[in-house]
Design a binder for this molecule. Structure first.
Ligand SMILES: Cc1cc2nc3c(=O)[nH]c(=O)nc-3n(C[C@H](O)[C@H](O)[C@H](O)COP(=O)(O)OP(=O)(O)OC[C@H]3O[C@@H](n4cnc5c(N)ncnc54)[C@H](O)[C@@H]3O)c2cc1C
Length: 417
């Protein structure tokens, strides 16, 4: 993938900072819309950070309708990857189940209605239907869940590398081990980027460098409040009573027990915890493994649904960075006060599934002046200063494993059960 032997060029039509799934999707879509000279720079490697470590769940269930629209647009890309991007992204349409605690059933009902209103294929399912969809699962008799037959998961590395390779086939160049050290701006217009390998002049620069974004933006006076955190996933041997194969069980987010899970390969199950986050101060030197404390809690919480996981051996695991905005939703669009500069940052733990549509939207904005794939105005940077953060009717979580820094806020909102 790397082209650093020749070194990056001294000019380009557009520079994308960051070769995670978001940067790769933007570069691919810029090239798809006709830009012939797009340069992507990553100070590490393609998919080397959050994108390569993602749980990679693909679902449309969101409590905020604007986010759901982006996720819905992205779903079509995962489903038709070979035609639209080329190759495979490892998408497995296992079906997706969103489970919530009893106190949130009415919120779930109204969220499902809202999602159906924008065209999401989702229904409410009762305990018997859940048991049919997912045998061997412990289900309360009064359970209600939201089911999406089109949901599932993808391979995060194949997805990101696939987008970067597709961008290259259309003329983009991707440079690994090249760090953007600053943004070049004059007279309120972006002029390019300064890098560890010299300056690249470009009239368009897209900042898509995830948890590192504030370091590039703050010198321009663009103060984005990003909380960085370390999220983890563990892989367990799949219980023998569940079928083998990449679609051997459903993909599930279970807010009742604060966990999510999906098949991984033929014989494993990935488990994550929705609210278990560690502070992340050293972005370039953090612990990339999953901690025993996390693994134990993940196993215990997931085993409340799939009891066979209770003594399932851990096969592997890892951690990656999250970039969380104050309203826990991404920032997309033009940067304030600097023509030609665009932002696709603050993914807040949900950027993977939306990335193909984020790429399409940003490229449409840059090339045609407006995003057509889905509306992105709600994600504008200025929403915080305008007092218009994005909201949604969220579901509660168990206190177990909640990041202590979030505990007070969740308690205040009545979101801990
Ligand atoms: C454990 C875990 C589980 C997750 N599960 C899910 C999930 O199930 N579903 C979902 O949708 N999302 C999930 N996410 C979130 C999702 O993975 C991220 O939102 C998404 O990958 C972010 O992509 P990105 O391209 O913005 O960031 P990244 O992948 O972090 O990419 C940013 C890139 O920028 C590079 N960079 C940084 N600074 C510079 C610089 N100055 N110059 C050049 N390059 C630079 C970095 O090296 C990095 O490669 C999860 C995340 C984690 C960590």
């Amino acid at each position: 993938m790397a082209e650093v032997a020749d070194g990056p060029p001294s000019s380009a039509q557009a520079v994308v900072v960051g070769a995670g799934v978001v940067g790769a999707a933007i570069a691919f879509n810029l090239a798809r819309l006709g830009l012939t000279d797009v340069v992507v720079l990553d100070k590490g490697t393609v998919a080397g950070q959050a994108s390569g470590r993602s749980g990679a769940l693909v679902r449309t269930h969101y409590t905020n309708v604007d986010e759901a629209r982006i996720a819905l647009a992205a779903l079509g890309w995962f489903e038709h990857w070979a035609d639209r991007v080329g190759g495979t992204c490892g998408f497995a349409a296992t079906g997706f189940l969103q489970m919530v605690a009893a106190q949130d059933h009415s919120t779930l009902r109204s969220n499902v209605e809202q999602l159906r209103g924008i065209g999401v294929d989702t229904t409410l399912v009762n305990a018997d239907e859940i048991r049919r969809l997912q045998p061997h699962m412990v289900v309360e008799d009064d359970a209600v869940a939201a089911y999406e037959p089109r949901g599932g998961y993808a391979d995060p590395v194949a997805t990101t590398v696939g987008l970067a390779e597709a961008a290259r086939r259309l003329g983009a160049t991707v440079f690994e081990q090249v760090e953007v050290t600053g943004l070049a701006v004059a007279h309120d217009r972006v002029r390019g980027v300064h890098t560890s390998h010299g300056t690249i002049e470009a009239p368009i620069v897209v900042v898509a460098n995830g948890a590192w974004c504030t370091g590039l933006l703050a010198p321009l006076g663009i103060e984005l409040q990003i909380e960085t955190a370390r999220a983890q996933v563990s892989f367990f041997a799949r219980p023998a009573e569940l079928p083998t194969g990449p679609d051997g069980h459903l993909t599930i987010i279970d807010r009742t027990n604060g966990c999510y899970l999906r098949p991984a390969g033929d014989r494993h199950t990935l488990v994550g915890l929705s609210a278990f986050r560690r502070p992340l101060d050293d972005l370039d030197g953090y612990d990339e493994s999953d901690e025993p404390e996390f693994t134990e809690l993940a196993r215990r919480q997931a085993a409340r649904r799939l009891p066979g996981l209770a003594d399932a051996p851990r096969a592997s695991g890892h951690a990656g960075p999250l970039d969380i905005t104050p309203d826990r939703r991404m920032v997309l669009g033009s940067a304030p006060g600097t023509e030609g500069l665009y932002l696709a940052v603050g993914m807040s733990g949900g950027g993977f599934k939306k990335a193909p549509a984020i790429g399409a939207c940003l490229a449409e904005l840059i090339v045609h002046g407006k995003a057509a794939t889905a509306p992105i105005e709600p994600f504008r940077f200025s929403r915080f200063a305008e007092g218009q953060p994005l909201t949604g009717a969220d579901y509660s979580l168990p206190a177990d494993g909640v990041d202590p820094r979030r505990r007070a806020a969740l308690q205040h909102q009545g979101l801990i059960h």
